[in-house]
Design a protein around this ligand. Structure first.
Ligand SMILES: [Zn+2]
Length: 306
């Protein structure tokens, strides 16, 4: 898929995660050693990308031998059955990792995600999120003892207390609130000049998606919301979010912002949103680029799909 205006990066991962094989030690050992298995290296959660910035660099088991800071994580199998792993090289100096990189470079996924193919972007997101999780969860959240990877990197086990820990995904609701021909956009103080986006916030424990949407909109903008409809979602590995895109119908218009969350919120017409999506300066504001689900929510609304 090459139409960046229709495809959301990080969705559509082509790999078969083979989750039923993760506990099969013999199978895993054979895949780890197989000459056709592919390894995506990360240094401090930055994936190895080609110098051109438009493709991931895959290395062989032989090339990464002795370099891994932790057991590789099985990402999955491609259509030919070839195993793909993510491997963290963060132990030791960056120069050692760079020596392995050849002409490639370890770079922040945010910086090059827009240039990757849909497949590479989705795999990079998976690899970045799971390697980052291992880096943050070396100790048991129950008893504080060290933990070790299990299940081909899809859990960590604490020998001291027996607890198993699983990779986390943090649900975030992001919603375009509409009222007739207008939608509600907001900007945080840290946003670039004139940049507006859909409002968003983390789903809290014991809360439904719809409840989180209503709470966040009321907290941040003082607007009351009725019907909420799910639209689409996007993995967002910074570090481990799942962006849950929704449309929400406003029941009130008056805006009262929470200045701790937003610098400004305003109702914007569909015509103005169309201009902003097309980067027309006449809009007077800018919207997130097509890599972000906020763009797709706005586009869908303008196209009558939301
Ligand atoms: Zn423990």
């Amino acid at each position: 898929m090459t139409d960046h205006h229709l495809h959301m990066p990080f969705t559509g991962n082509p790999l078969d995660r083979a989750s039923e094989r993760r506990g099969d030690h013999g199978w895993l050992a054979a895949r780890l050693a197989a000459p056709d298995s592919r390894y995506l290296c990360l240094y401090q959660t930055r994936p190895l990308v080609a110098a051109s910035g438009d493709a991931l660099v895959w290395l062989s088991a032989e090339q990464i031998a002795g370099r891994a800071a932790a057991p590789p994580v099985l990402l999955g199998l491609d259509g030919t059955g070839r195993a793909h792993f993510a491997v963290d090289l963060s132990t030791g100096p960056e120069s050692a990792a760079t020596a392995l990189a050849g002409p490639g470079q370890f770079d922040d996924l945010r910086r090059f995600m827009a240039g990757l193919s849909a497949d590479d972007a989705a795999i990079a997101a998976q690899a970045k999120a799971i390697v980052d999780w291992h880096g943050r969860h070396g100790f048991c959240a129950v008893c504080g003892a060290p933990t070790a990877p299990r299940q081909a990197g899809w859990s960590r086990h604490c020998d001291a207390c027996g607890a198993d820990h699983f990779p986390r995904t943090d649900p975030v609701v992001i919603m375009l609130v509409t009222r007739g021909e207008f939608c509600l956009l907001g900007r945080q103080a840290r946003f670039p000049y004139r940049f507006f986006s859909a409002l968003a916030g983390f789903v809290e424990p014991g809360e439904t998606i719809e409840e989180a949407v209503r709470r966040e909109i009321h907290e941040e903008a003082g607007v009351t919301v009725g019907a909420v409809a799910y639209h689409a979602c996007q993995p967002w590995p910074f570090p481990s979010s799942l962006m849950i895109g929704c449309f929400a119908k406003a029941l009130s218009e008056a805006i009262v912002i929470d200045p701790a969350e937003l610098e400004e919120a305003r109702w914007v017409s569909r015509a103005e949103v169309r201009l902003a999506l097309d980067n027309d300066p006449a809009a007077g504001f800018t919207l997130p680029p097509a890599v972000a689900i906020a763009y797709h929510l706005a586009r869908a609304w303008c196209d009558g799909r939301g």
